[in-house]
Structures are given as C-alpha cells and as structure tokens.
Design a protein around this ligand. Sequence first.
Ligand code: FAD
Length: 400
Amino acid sequence: AKKPHIVILGAGYGGMMAANQLQKKMGTDRANVTLVNKHDYHYQTTWLHEPAAGTLHHDKARVEIRKVLNPAKVNIVQDTVEQVKTDEKQVVLKNGDDLSYDYLVIAVGSIAETFGAEGVYEHSYHKWTLDGARELKDQIEFQFAQYRNQEEAEEQDLTFVVAGGGFTGIEFIGELTERVPELCEQYDVPREKVRMYVIEAAPSALPGFDPELVEYAMNLLEHRGVEFKINKPISEVQEGKVILKDGEEIAASTVIWATGVRGNPIIEDAGIEANRGRVKVEPDLRAPGLEDVFVIGDCSLIINEETERPYPPTAQIAMQQGIKAGENITNLIMGGAPTKFEPEILGTLASLGGKEAMGTVKERKMYGRSALFMKHMSDNRYLMKLGGLSLMLTKGRNPL
Ligand code: FAD
C-alpha cells in the first residue's frame, strides 16, 4: 500500500515538537513526513523580546532546522504556505509545487490582534518574528543615532510606546529599560530625553497574573522609568503618534504592538471555523469535521475545564500539543485510536530585564533572580528536548 504522507506546516514550538515526535515514533517505511517552514531555521518566539530590544544577539534565538531534525527522516521544505485546501487535501506553496497530504498538522502560529485599532499594521512594530525583532532593534538604535544630528530634535524621536501591558509587552519593556542606559551612553543622549510608555486597555497590567506579582513588576519597571497608562484603549496609530480612545495623543516615533494575537490568516482563509483565527479543536486536536487535520499552537483554541475559559496561547501548550499530535497521527496510522490532549501547566514566568523576573511555578509565586533561574532552566529543558545536550550547550541560557 502507498505510504501515508504527513505534512506539518510551520516550524515553531508546535511544528518542531510534532516533527520530532514523528521522526522518533514512525519509521520511514511507515510514513513520509514533510515539514514546511518559511525559513531554514526555527526561532524561539518566547525569546524575541531580547533581540528586539538588542539585549541578545538574534542568532542565539534561532536554530538551523537541519541540525535538530534528521533530514533522512523528515523532508524539510523551505517555502511559504499560501493556502490550505481541505477538500482536495492539498497545500499551496508560494514557490514550490502543491503538496498533497493524508494527514496535516497546522502550526503556523499567530499574527497581531488589533482589536479594531486602526493603523496598527502600517505604523507599528507588530511582527513577533526573527525578522521583526531585527527590524525593531535597528529602529531603536537609529532613533538614538540620529538624535544629535538633528537641528531640532523632536520629543517623539526618543519616545517608545508599547501597546499592551500583557506578557509580551511587559517582557519587551523590561529589556528596553536595560538597553536604554547603554544606548544613552553610546550615543551621548541625556537619559531624561527618553520616554517609555506601556498603554493597557484592561483595568490592570498583566491580566491573569496574581495582583502581588503585577505590583512587583510595575514597581520595578516604574523605577526604571516606565510610565504606565492603564485602562486606556488605543483607537489609532498614526505615523509618529498613538491616539487613545479618550482623545489623548502621544507623539512617538516607535510604537510596539503587543496587545495579543489572532490565529494565522491561513486558518480563516481555509474556511475552517475559527474564533479570532483560532480553531476550537476537538479533544484529540483535530479540527471539527476534518478527520485528517490537526491544528496546534497559537492557531488552536482549547478550553480550560476548570475556568471554562480558553487557555491563553503559549509555547508551553504548543509544545505539548505538538507531541500529542505526533502521537495521535502515529496511532491512526498504526490502526489505533487518537487520545485526548490534556495540558499540563507547569507555571508562567515573565522576564523583566537584567536579572529580574516574576511568575508562578506550580502555583508558587517567585520573584527576582530565582524566578529568572527557573525560566532559564525551562528554556534549557526545551532545547534539550529539541536537540539534546549539544544544542543546550551552544544555544542554552546560563541560568546563573
Ligand atoms: P510559533 O512558535 O510562532 O511558530 C510558527 C512558525 O510558523 C514560525 O516558524 C513561522 O516562521 C512559521 N510560519 C508562519 N507562517 C508561515 C507560512 N505562511 N508558511 C510557512 N511557515 C510559516 N509562551 C510561553 O509559554 N512562555 C513564555 O515565556 C512566552 N514568552 C513570549 C514572549 C514573547 C516576546 C512572545 C511574542 C510570545 C511569548 N510566548 C510565551 C508565546 C509563545 O511564543 C507562542 O504561544 C508560541 O510561539 C506558539 O507556538 P506556535 O508553534 O503556535 O507558533
């Protein structure tokens, strides 16, 4: 009989773990596995606030896919997915020929959610990708580099506005507060010329975190010069400024958008039922009504049975889903039945720049260096799973 063809779209946390699982579990005599990704590298989205602010070199946050997957077992295709046709079981690629699949894993991640604010895609830095991080880093440096060469420097030039005081926005501003003093020194800019804002629409920053942790993070960041505007939805971003719903305008040449995500538009384009671009998947991670399509990571939505609300999309869940999707496809091919995905939430830790972090591990609150230590350990555990000891030693974090 013809060997089934398993196609994985996207080499993020979800896609890499699915491929890793399939190459372990499934012999090449049983199935063919193809992984399609835009780049020939996998990047760690959860680290991108660091290269974006310039506190870590971007090469540290990426890994060549061929170095961690076995090209003899997984066919690695560098291309951009343009369309998924579930009726014809085909994937349309930008450059190469269409791919036919027997099983599909969609793991193409997310894009910025604007919540109806205008001008976000045109006038803000909203791409949490490696390319996006590199561009933002250069923009920040450029603002400092040009400052002294202007006849009359504008206030907006050294004003940095982060839209969204959630996980991503807070992690980014934390890095920026560490980077700014360095840049001031390097470019002879007085520190008081730089302004940093975090603007949050909800009644609190870091929604979902314990109030004590929120207070810890906000105090620390305020000490480093961040100004918070809470309960202030943004209605529009224009060239050089943001406009709040209450009419206030803040002049800023650099606006960083981090208000949350929606599933990759490929999902809605494929006609798969979705909520903000995310597919509410069946317990075994398949898309409703599609027996051969698994959707994982930021493209998927799963409900926390305790709170009856969706889990926020995280790398932690994406990885676990990748492993489960790999297992379930193996089961199906071997004549078994797929099983239910049950996330195991080990904790949530946000870095705050320098040696600072905060969060919870197994419901225990953690602060400062010990929180950062735990975060780095968890990053290292992931690298270990992905590429073994050698990867962990070359790309891992020094937890001390
Ligand atoms: P991704 O990891 O984003 O991967 C998607 C992949 O698909 C990418 O490689 C991309 O290049 C590829 N792709 C996209 N479109 C196409 C296309 N059309 N064709 C081909 N390939 C394509 N989560 C945590 O659990 N802990 C954290 O501490 C944490 N910190 C974060 C910090 C930041 C700054 C950000 C932005 C996010 C953070 N998250 C964190 C969330 C986490 O990064 C995401 O939930 C996670 O990356 C989702 O994994 P994924 O596999 O769905 O997508």
